[in-house]
Design a binder for this molecule. Structure first.
Ligand code: HAS
Length: 544
């Protein structure tokens, strides 16, 4: 990497890991306050929960993803960012950083205790929403930087299929642009005017709908970069080949099409949406599981063919050939394995009737700690073990690799305990996002306590693992021995027999048009109903 590119990417990583550090502290504290173990006086449970959710789920992911996508574009599209992309990248970075700082300050000041989902009727300081708007606009510039680099490469290589990494980066950022329009509309047209007091009431159903229009594709914005790692980087790390370039691209196009018109599966218990529209979006949700199933198939096929190419025998002999001592492989692998129960839980969530059992219980918290909190985050941690050395020219020593394996193991153990207990106690009816003091001495709640203790023990393992990760990142960035050999940035090659990809997969205007049509079908009439039949509006609930 040229230093000017490294600096930009490392700046993103620095904010991302600062967010992990602070977010993990907030996570531990909110667990202890919720469990009634400590009392932090004026610092309340909801405030800590907001800090934890915003820092981990919104700040860490966005900064990491933008930085990671730049790195892959440098590696696969020309060796360096164009001046234009780099300049856009820096402006985007500063807008996101300033926005994050404003939002974080207001959460600390207890002026934005509205949880990471921040829809009405909970109301924050208007400046919190302005901070969030800056983060979104900054990320749009990041998306533009990605598109510009991709277009530059396409111009230089007329008629050629783009590198798989770049194609996937464009699909990810395309999805991001489409879905952030919802949250931008909610923030600009509803939340800011309402929080400044320019209007007295707010259409709550619309606010939640615009949020979830954004909130579900958001989870695929987290997942797709993890899939980039599984499809493109892992084959190289295990010494194999990408199973099928065409299948990988098709999966990403399916995410682009199907990720957005599904937000109602978060609102299945809401009265303001007619059941026909919920049914449609549930059907689309089942469809968006298909590219994940395709990914499971492709990744397993890559593993198996890599093992067989090295002489593995028998049905499962290839499993032994995988690099079990390499943290760059093991951390994402634990993420993949976690997606088997995590994805199954998602299917449960979206099954209309089952959603009535799990909605607003700790089951859902368990679900997303498996998905974003393990599948995605462990894959990103796995990336950090080679990306930071590649950027700083330092070496992942055998000692740090071993420590990485310990860190991954602690995360897996912590998550099995915490998320397992969350799923179980959720089925017993324990609500999510509710402070201990509200109902802690109720006889029913007493039955939940053992699970909550298990959750707390799991949380402690996770906290230790997060701190270990931050420490390893600092070592990799500043103290690990320098290497002259250059650090491998793993980009896999496509298996020869699977290299013929239909060019139609790269016709972006076509896919974006289909995506917009699906969104219009799924959302136009229900949103029109929400506006037409909305009650005069709800008063705000001001939690501070
Ligand atoms: Fe979800 C709620 C449905 C996936 C995140 N989800 C959430 C929330 C978050 C979240 C954050 O329908 C909470 C939001 C809030 O605060 O209220 N989710 C789904 C469905 C999927 C799904 C159908 N979710 C995710 C992913 C997330 C994520 C991914 C983050 C990254 N989710 C829901 C629903 C709700 C919900 C409802 C609302 C619940 C409520 O009532 O509030 C699907 O995309 C899942 C498909 C996945 C699969 C698994 C494929 C398996 C793979 C691994 C293969 C393993 C290999 C390893 C290859 C079908 C790819 C083998 C190796 C060897 C060596 C053998």
């Amino acid at each position: 990497f040229q230093p000017k590119d490294s600096r930009l990417i490392l700046a993103h990583m620095a904010v991302a890991f600062t967010a992990i550090f602070l977010g993990a502290i907030a996570g531990l504290l909110q667990g202890l306050v919720r469990g009634g173990v400590i009392d932090l006086g004026p610092v309340n449970y909801y405030q800590l929960l907001t800090a934890h959710g915003v820092l981990m789920a919104l700040v860490f992911t966005t900064f990491f993803i933008v930085g990671f996508l730049y790195s892959g574009l440098v590696r696969t599209c020309g060796g360096t960012l164009t001046d234009f992309s780099r300049r856009l990248g820096w402006i985007g970075f500063w807008l996101m950083t300033v926005g994050t700082a404003i939002a974080a300050f207001l959460i600390i000041a207890n002026k934005a205790t509205v949880l990471y989902t921040f829809y009405a009727p909970m109301k924050a300081s208007p400046f919190f929403y302005i901070g969030l708007a800056l983060v979104v606009v900054g990320s749009w510039l990041g998306a533009w930087a990605v598109f510009a680099q991709y277009r530059w490469w396409k111009k230089e290589h007329q008629g050629k299929l783009s590198p798989l990494f770049a194609f996937m980066a464009v699909a990810t950022m395309g999805l991001w642009l489409i879905c952030t329009i919802g949250v931008a509309a909610e923030v600009l047209l509803q939340l800011i005017p309402w929080s400044f007091g320019w209007v007295d009431t707010i259409n709550v159903a619309l606010s939640r709908t615009l949020f979830w229009y954004f909130g579900h594709p958001l989870v695929y914005f987290w997942l797709m970069p993890a899939y980039i790692v599984w499809y493109v980087c892992i084959p190289k790390i295990i010494g194999g080949k990408i199973f099928s370039d065409g299948l990988a691209r098709l999966a990403f196009i399916m995410f682009l099409l199907l990720s957005t018109p599904v937000g109602f599966h978060h609102q299945l218990m809401e009265p303001g949406v007619a059941s026909g529209w919920k049914f449609l979006q549930v059907a689309l949700t089942f469809s968006v599981a298909i590219p994940s199933l395709m990914t499971a198939f492709a990744v397993l096929a890559t593993f198996e063919s890599a093992g067989r190419a090295r002489g593995a025998k028998g049905i499962f002999g290839w499993i032994r050939m995988l690099p079990w001592k390499d943290v760059r492989f093991v951390a994402p692998l634990v993420g993949m394995l976690t997606f088997i129960p995590g994805g199954a839980g998602g299917i449960v969530n979206t099954s209309y009737q089952l959603n009535q059992v799990v909605h607003n219980t700790l089951w859902v918290t368990g679900h997303f700690h498996l998905t974003v909190g393990t599948v995605v985050i462990l894959t990103f941690f796995g990336v950090s073990y080679w990306l930071i050395p590649a950027l700083t020219g330092r070496k992942l020593t055998a000692g740090l690799n071993k420590l990485g394996l310990v860190q991954t193991g602690l995360w897996a153990l912590g998550m099995v305990l915490m998320s397992g207990a969350m799923h179980a106690v959720g089925l017993l009816g324990s609500p999510r996002r509710t402070a201990f003091t509200t109902y802690g001495d109720d006889p029913i709640a007493l039955g939940w306590l053992t699970y909550q203790q298990v959750m707390a023990i799991g949380g402690v393992f996770l906290f230790i693992s997060a701190m270990l990760m931050v420490w390893i990142v600092i070592r990799l960035a500043f103290f690990a021995p320098r290497t002259e050999e250059g650090v491998d940035y793993p980009i896999g090659e496509v298996a020869e027999e699977a290299a013929s990809t239909p060019a139609i997969l790269e016709r972006w205007p076509l896919w974006v048009t289909v995506a917009i049509c699906l969104i219009l079908v799924a959302y136009t009439i229900p949103i029109a109903h929400m506006i037409q039949y909305s009650p005069p509006g709800s008063p705000p609930f001001q939690p501070y």
